[in-house]
Design a protein around this ligand. Sequence first.
Ligand SMILES: CC(C)[C@H](C(=O)O)[C@@H](O)C(=O)O
Ligand code: SF4
Length: 464
Amino acid sequence: MNTLFDKIWDSHVVQIVKDGPTQLYIDRLYCHEVTTPQAFQGLRQRGLKVFRPQQVFAMPDHNIQTHDQDKPVADPVGRKQIDTLDKNCKEFGVTEFKMNTPENGIIHVVGPETGLSLPGMTIVCGDSHTSTHGAMGAVAFGIGTSEVEMVLASQCILQQKPKSMRININGTLKPGVTAKDVALYLMSQLTTSGATGYFVEYAGDVVRNMSMEGRLTLCNLSIEMGARGGFVAPDEKTFAYIKGKKYAPKGEDWDRAVAYWKTLKSGDDAVFDREVNYDAADIEPRITYGTNPGMGIAINGTIPTLDEIPESDQASFKKSLKYMGFEPGEKLLGHPIDYVFLGACTNGRIEDFRAFASLVKGHHKAPNVVAWLVPGSWAVAQQIKNEKLDKVLNEAGFEIRQPGCSACLAMNDDKVPAGLYSVSTSNRNFEGRQGPGSRTILASPLVAAAAAITGKVTDPREFM
Ligand SMILES: CC(C)[C@H](C(=O)O)[C@@H](O)C(=O)O
Ligand code: SF4
């Protein structure tokens, strides 16, 4: 009670159906090409309009190729989805940031960076990583296609209220430890189902001291702990990040908005359904060794042995290691890798490119490594140029590709071949996620950079 989650949720309740769900008002709906075709088709069949088109923003991101974006997408299924989104947005009067235009990018990168995702909002999208927008102090969560249709038609959704959970991380992070490592650590502690049924508030010194980009990375991974969403209470850092952004409130509206946003925090007496505490000192740069994001270790640690795994999980543990080609008890430092992917809504922001560039500066990409560096949006791509990071990266043997989801889920042609290892800054290491048979090791941009220059799993602190 008296949590920030309650405040935002309760202020959006339209009505509570007796013995049923809550009708919740939605401030912002984002649409991408994969999960919206049937939703628009549903409206068409029922003869409905989009109720509040000014609150809906669409952009294709999943199927986009990361080169030659001036040409149509080669894959016919992908092309059809993108064309359908274009057609639907035109017909229903929804603003679309089209492929290969300066406003396009991955929804979860573009929303925050344009000031479309703001504190206190309810934000939904037919995409599980909508939790990312929680970093702005919003209640943001993924929904299904039939729910997208519901929101398009009514700007409301029917939802059961989740339980609330607070995760406090206190102390100071060691050098080389990033927001991604914090998230990977939380998942290994809580498991991928540890936060199921909860909406998480992230708090504590580490979160307060984290940059907005770091908070976006942390909130992005909430869903991988099973949470419905995760957020950070807005503070001065949030306001500074939003100020001046294209869609942010201006003038008197800005002052009014900030006055309201300042009230958005959990009360000192707030009671959570669950509260857990972690110490920053326990967190090292991390990697995953298995096929879910919770199967992770410190970079200089060892894969657990079978007797360390609960009996009920041993079969899936063995299957996972077989898929990955690893042995129980193995140390992964020094293990050869083939691909490196920097990008995704997890780590495709400017700070991630800065981190990667800072580490590879003065070194050279290992000859055996294929590296895909994919900015999360065209704005990030532009910022990379403004900061001349492209020069640093080119000198170190790296090329920057064009924005999109790319190898995060390999719906385009950026696929890691079967059996090969990819150190990836994305958020999922499921079987086949980066291409059929691909083997994904999730990591931070610093760990990815260290692997890219040595061709092996490497502790980035060796280069710091
Ligand atoms: C395609 C989409 C439905 C999916 C999601 O919801 O997360 C994708 O973005 C992903 O990351 O797997
Ligand atoms: S970058 Fe990856 S996780 Fe993010 S929306 Fe795209 S496919 Fe999903």
